[in-house]
Ligand binder design. Sequence first.
Ligand code: 0X9
Ligand code: ZN
Length: 378
Amino acid sequence: MKIQNHSPLPRAIAQYAPADQAVLKELYEKGDLRDNADVGQVLKEYKASLSGSIESKGYHSYDQMTAALQELADRYPDKAQLVSLGKSGEGREIYALRVGTPDEQNPKPGVVITGCHHAREWMTVEVPLHTATTLLENYETDPACKDRVDQTVTWFVPMVNPDGYEYSRTKNSWWRKNRRPIQETGCPNIKGNIGVDPNRNYWDGKPENFELYRPKGDTPCSTEDDWGDGKTSDNPKADTYRGPSGGSEPEVQAMLNLELNPANNIKGIVDYHSYGDMILYPYGSKQLPADRLEIYRDIGSKMNNVLGNRFTLEPSSDLYPTSGGSNDIHEANGIIGLTLEIGRSFQPPASEIPKATAYITPANMVFLDEIRSRYAHA
Ligand code: 0X9
Ligand code: ZN
């Protein structure tokens, strides 16, 4: 597979001064500038990251998010529970709010909705919280919300990568990865550095799925792009470092322990990322068989309908091929796994949170309904 930029450099860059154009070109080469970007806003965010001047007020900090989830659990004790899925590299609990009551005798379909695999994608933290709040607050008045809460068990995980998020909020707002120091890369030619991209680190330990982490032809420790996957690296200096081994990262282990535990009966997962207004389905590194493709296109287009059909529905590999992505492992385990890339920049002003989250939540409701109608046996 050959890495290609999916879209041409946004034409809107022509209006910028030459120095800004050079910066924008660089961002484009890295994949940080997409075709439907709000180019001015992305440039502003990037420059603010260099001068340390971005405003994070209005976005939940880790502590505020923990408190918000706890508050929901306190308000709705018979419907919602705060659960720790494990600890991050720096020792923060990775919290889920579990909405719905598991039934061991007759397991209900499980759904997981995550935000913030990537530290700088701040709006993705707010979306799971908004959907959870909407479900619970409307339980008594909206029969559809009641059904969703009663008949599914949904795990909202707003911050998969809390260490990266806090670092992005307070130190370097352009930070993407987790914060684990990598001393030993396992590669004699490659030095250590900080941080693994959690969305390149997924592997479930099953030999038959190893190629989803490292495709055939992708040589370990190679500094060449020998598989044609320019967006997955063996170098910890890179923003897309896959880690020293598949599933090496505590955040990824926490998610996989939740998602692949048969007791949780997880049938569908939506991972929120930003940005680009895209609904992406597996695989990042190969093609889906026709019967699965049909399911993904059906669910994806129903979600897109409630989003005003403004999203592009396509396979992940069409954006760019990657390996070690979460959805690939989900799909390989028979779980519907989608990635939604939301918005037009990484850190829109916090004043946009209410509108942005209210826009996305209906797509989560559709997803819940689809999983419920396909997998509930009662
Ligand atoms: O690169 C990623 O992990 C995702 N994009 S982001 O800008 N949020 O970092 C895309 C994940 C979808 N998978 C593939 N494109 N293979
Ligand atoms: Zn992302």
